[in-house]
Design a protein around this ligand. Structure first.
Ligand code: MG
Length: 367
């Protein structure tokens, strides 16, 4: 099989309500990019990459599109049934920008699944007995707003919560105490500052609640700062934004730098690279959160396939973006949240395609 064409589409995703993260970051819309890869056997595959705006990670919407335009002409003629070979090829022709390459990697797995009649989760090692629990994020707001968001998600069947931090340490400490006081049996709460605390702030907050069964995610911006905080605190830590390449995970595991990690499929460069990271983490009995990054149901479905391959006792939940955006390019299709779970479709490949009418005209076409 050979790649004969690549089309790029852009879609703006306004958010239902603006989302607020630490360090004063406010997001009211995302900009997603879709890739369709066509082949000489009439099979097409879809991928999507949607950064969380431009200030969350070193990844931004314009970077996705420019990197894909740089690579697309060089991918024509390659065999799309060999994901590892294509991923190495992309790393050879363009240094870095692995978040953009994830769109191609996702589309390749869609093609491979359609060609072999198997869902993507089977191509990644097989389905685990894991109901694909969702992770609910609770963004910054007044305590009443955050509490009613937790209550809403609890009623909808969610059991795993990522509560955002970063409104000043006294307010953060009060929020943690109040949330933990209302915790119900079987619920998991992580307190995620998204790198918003200084080492001093993180140490003070974590030590103030050290009597509670709390887990913290990415307390400080850099890996070194998180590791430093770890020497003066005792709670479990999940690492997220600072973990990009396999070697970052190798280092964190050999330093005993975390008990959990959050794998964002686009941040780490796609399914091929995420698969190796998953296996490394599982061999160290590290618990996993995961998600794509942001995006539509197309991205959520990729995340659901990957989540389906993680053993239930190591899996802490998949975040999904579909609840936050006001645009749906594949109505009723793909992985949808029901009762706090998001199983992938049992269809060949990804099992969802965007509606071309809703995507509009492509922004670039290569053949
Ligand atoms: Mg996080």
């Amino acid at each position: 099989m050979k790649i004969t064409g690549i089309s790029l589409y852009g879609l703006e995703l306004p958010l239902e309500t603006p989302q607020v993260l630490s360090r004063g970051r406010v997001f009211d819309r995302f900009h997603s990019t879709f890739v369709r890869i066509d082949t000489d056997e009439g099979i097409s595959g879809w991928g999507e990459v949607c950064p969380w705006g431009s200030s969350y990670l070193p990844a931004f919407p314009g970077g996705v599109r420019t990197a894909l335009m740089e690579m697309a002409p060089q991918l024509i003629g390659l065999d799309p049934t060999r994901p590892d070979v294509i991923v190495r090829f992309m790393d050879r022709i363009l240094a870095g920008h692995i978040y953009a390459k994830a769109a191609v990697d996702f589309a390749i797995y869609d093609i491979l699944g359609k060609a072999t009649g198997r869902p993507i989760y089977e191509l990644l090692g097989g389905k685990e007995e894991n109901a694909v629990p969702r992770l609910a994020s609770v963004h910054l707001g007044s305590f009443d707003e955050m509490n009613s968001e937790i209550e809403r998600k609890r009623t909808a069947g969610f059991r795993n919560f990522s509560v955002k931090m970063g409104q000043g340490i006294e307010s953060d400490i009060e929020t943690i105490r109040a949330v933990m006081e209302n915790r119900k049996s079987g619920e998991l709460f992580i307190f995620d500052s998204n790198g918003g605390w200084s080492p001093h702030e993180a140490t003070r907050v974590m030590n103030a609640v050290s009597n509670l069964d709390t887990t913290f995610e990415q307390p400080c911006l850099t890996y070194e700062e998180c590791l430093d905080v770890r020497t003066r605190t005792r709670q479990p830590i999940s690492l997220d934004e600072c973990m990009v390449e396999l070697k970052d995970f190798v280092r964190a595991l050999s330093d005993r730098g975390c008990e959990l990690v959050s794998i964002k499929l686009a941040r780490v460069g796609g399914l091929t690279k995420a698969r190796a990271i998953r296996d490394l983490c599982l061999s160290y009995d590290i618990n996993l959160f995961m998600m794509c990054m942001a995006g539509t149901v197309v991205n959520d479905t990729v995340a659901a396939h990957f989540a389906q391959t993680i053993p239930a006792n190591r899996f802490c939940g998949a975040w999904s973006c579909q609840d936050y955006i006001t645009v749906d390019p594949a109505p009723q299709l793909g992985a949808r949240t029901k009762q706090g779970k998001m199983p992938p479709p049992d269809l060949p490949g990804l099992g969802v395609e965007p509606d071309l009418e809703l995507l509009g005209r492509p922004i670039a076409v290569y053949s």
